[in-house]
Design a binder for this molecule. Structure first.
Ligand SMILES: Nc1ncnc2c1ncn2[C@@H]1O[C@H](COP(=O)(O)OP(=O)(O)OP(=O)(O)O)[C@@H](O)[C@H]1O
Ligand SMILES: [Mg+2]
Length: 466
């Protein structure tokens, strides 16, 4: 349904070149709109994030106001913009271009409230349409278990998870580091009949060899010095739920035997105990090692492998499913941004390209780490490839050089036109289709003062290029 979400006020962001409440604002308010007004120099007014529509009142049209508008357009990409203009302003080519490139519609002064209301209603409807479409898009990208992705591999993975969840058989999850093995295990648990029981994750690689037997199986009082009371082990505490044995490939030979016995008999004996205790925990194991070659080198027991490998799930590396990269990146950015209560922030085009290009040896975990780090150090409103430490990549070099080419072309056109008009700046601006203010801004940006003041050859520009 397209419409107003709960508590979703219809709000207008009103941008003018001067401060103070103007007559149009009062009229909009009297017509029932919630209006937030903002002008250059006070760009961070509370509540802007919630506005669906923006009105730009073109009173003064100078470089400062243009820069202010460009900043606001970039900062609030979801706002639908409407221009309030005087009829004669529509003859200004710069205003015309600005409106055609950035605005949903325009209204010529004086305000005809009925007509303006229709435009505003339409813009509001459009904003909601895009908003709802984006939300649905996001729902498809992330499922209820927090698995993000749109690739074939992720669709297949979700299918396997669903199937594995309907049985109680052991599952073996294989995949490179950071590909989501633990996430898969928890998704299976969450969909399974044991979902109300505990999910106990055990990292077989991080438990000290001397402790692992008693950690897994528990011990009886007096089993060894220091065992002052009975302790329930991790396997037993997973009863009625799921036991996730992570890094199973790192399990010692003797523990492999004990674990095999548990898998065969569904019973354990605590260290120092004699009683066999039945434990109905579902077992999911994972490793990033190649178990078949571990078996070949006799580091891993073949019989244990067969016991665990009843249902096998492989998690694909990120470079095999590059279409998920951007979705994951946006997911993590939004997650960390809201956890840290940061304002709006996105990725630069160059950052997206660089992420697509990179091979992600550490997979999703590496992506998530890079984004968290970038969010902390990023200064602008877009995370750059440099913030992600991906600046040296080929993609970012291509983009950089595109920018350079564009910039060179711009500088060259300005110098040529200045020479052509014999340094008549108004004429130069008119022919280039920019205001004088913009022309001076570009001259300063490209450091063309020398070029413009020197005479009519292109020596200075050529020198600059060289
Ligand atoms: N498809 C995905 N969607 C959302 N988050 C994901 C996805 N895959 C992995 N993650 C996240 O990436 C991080 C690493 O995933 P996880 O710990 O499950 O990987 P792993 O394969 O167990 O890695 P390791 O081998 O290093 O233990 C976690 O924060 C996890 O939530
Ligand atoms: Mg893991």
């Amino acid at each position: 349904m397209i419409g107003q979400a709960e508590g979703d006020d219809r709000s207008i962001l009103f941008l003018t070149s001067s401060s103070g409440s103007s007559q149009p604002i009062q009229r909009l308010r009297s017509a029932g709109w919630h209006v937030i007004s903002c002008n250059p120099g006070q760009e961070s007014v509370e509540g802007i994030d919630l506005c669906q529509i923006g009105i730009v009142h073109f009173q003064k049209f100078n470089a400062e106001f243009i820069a202010f508008l460009e900043n606001m357009f970039g900062r609030y990409p979801d706002i639908r913009w409407i221009a309030l203009v005087e009829k004669n302003q529509l003859e200004n080519s710069r205003i015309k271009t600005l409106i055609s490139e950035n605005f949903h519609d325009f209204h010529t002064m004086p305000i005809d409230l009925d007509r303006l209301n229709v435009i505003l209603g339409h813009a509001y409807g459009f904003n909601r349409l895009v908003h709802d479409a984006k939300r649905n898009e996001h729902l498809k990208v992330i499922d209820e278990y927090g698995i993000v992705g749109v690739s074939q591999q992720i669709a297949h993975l979700r299918n396997l998870i669903r199937k594995a969840a309907t049985t109680d058989s052991p599952v073996l999850i294989l995949g490179e580091s950071g590909t989501g093995k633990e996430l898969v295990a928890s998704a299976i648990h969450a969909q399974s009949a044991k979902r109300d029981g505990p999910f106990i994750a055990v990292n077989c690689a991080s438990l000290p060899a001397t402790l692992i037997q008693s950690e897994l199986f528990g011990y009886e009082k007096g089993a060894f010095t220091g065992a002052e009371s009975r302790k329930i082990g991790l396997i037993e505490s997973a009863a009625g739920g799921t036991l996730f044995l992570d890094e199973i490939g790192d399990l010692s030979a003797s523990l492999q035997v004990n674990l095999l016995r548990f898998l065969q008999e569904k019973r354990i004996t605590r260290v120092g105990g004699h009683e066999e205790i039945p434990v109905n925990a579902r077992v999911i194991a994972a490793t990033n090692l190649d178990l078949e070659s571990e078996i070949e080198s006799e580091a891993f027991r073949k019989d244990l492998y067969y016991r665990l490998n009843v249902i096998q799930i492989k998690t694909a590396s990120l470079r095999e499913r590059r279409e998920d990269i951007e979705h994951l990146a946006r997911h993590f950015l939004e997650k960390f941004r809201s956890e840290r209560k940061r304002g709006k922030i996105g990725f630069s085009a160059e950052a997206i390209m660089a992420m697509h290009q990179y091979d992600w040896p550490g997979n999703v975990r590496e992506l998530s780490n890079k984004i968290l780090r970038a969010l902390i150090i990023a200064e602008g409103r877009a995370i750059t490839a440099a913030d992600l430490e991906l600046a040296g990549s080929r993609a970012s070099q291509i983009i950089t050089s595109l920018d350079e080419v564009r910039s060179e072309a711009e500088a060259r056109a300005i110098v040529k036109m200045i020479i052509f008009t014999k340094k008549n700046m108004s004429e130069t601006a008119r022919l280039l289709g920019v205001t004088r203010a913009t022309l001076y801004r570009l001259i300063a940006k490209h450091n063309l003062l020398a070029s413009a003041q020197r005479d009519d050859n292109e020596a200075s520009l050529t020198a600059r290029e060289g």
